[in-house]
Write a protein that binds this ligand. Structure first.
Ligand code: HEC
Length: 161
């Protein structure tokens, strides 16, 4: 009978050890939780970063066209010949180079492109922006001739009607 009780108590000891191991296991799980929280923190940080970039982008939009860009635009407009501008197939140029972001009707706003149907920019500002680029819009200096830039600037004004 004594042997049985010894074996019984050994059994109980074993169960205790097992249970305490299980306890450790749960502790491990607990210690895992902060790492999950950390990755959440990282995600939050990432989101904040993205927010910052977007708000920076918006700030950029608010920045007016630099005066030297406007001065360059004025000289482009003054120097192009009316014939050269009228000879440009502006619709085709727009379709090939601008529609990927602005859409065929100017109102697509892909890649943060501005809705050209609601645009209020002057011809000068449009020429400056197309020549030098702005924000996410790539510059077209060297891609379009001066006459083509003026023609396409006039063409996009038609979207407003
Ligand atoms: C890579 C995409 C992209 C392409 C291609 C592109 N644009 Fe843009 N466009 C933009 C973005 C983005 C803005 C807003 C820029 C800003 O203000 O930060 C913009 C703004 C403009 C504006 C000023 C609108 C306003 O009210 O401020 C005009 C005009 C314009 N684009 C004309 C054109 C023309 C013409 C072409 C083709 C020669 C063209 N864009 C090609 C992305 C593009």
């Amino acid at each position: 009978m004594k042997k049985v009780s010894v074996i019984g108590s050994l059994f109980i000891m074993m169960i205790f050890i097992l249970v305490s191991c299980g306890g450790d296991g749960s502790k491990n799980q607990k210690s895992n939780k902060p790492t999950v929280k950390n990755s959440n923190k990282k995600e939050v940080a990432k989101k904040e970063e993205v927010k910052e970039i977007t708000s920076k982008g918006e700030d950029k939009n608010a920045i007016p066209t630099p005066p030297e860009h406007l001065a360059k635009a004025r000289s482009i407009i003054a120097e192009v010949s009316k014939n050269d501008v009228e000879g440009v197939d502006a619709k085709k140029k727009f379709k090939n180079l601008c529609a990927i972001c602005h859409g065929m009707k100017g109102n697509m706003e892909i890649n943060g492109a501005k809705d050209l149907t609601k645009s209020k920019v002057s011809l000068e500002e449009a020429v400056a922006q197309i020549y030098h680029g702005k924000g996410l819009m790539t510059p077209f200096k060297g891609i379009l001739t001066d006459a083509e830039i003026v023609a396409v600037s006039k063409y996009v004004e038609e979207f407003r009607n």
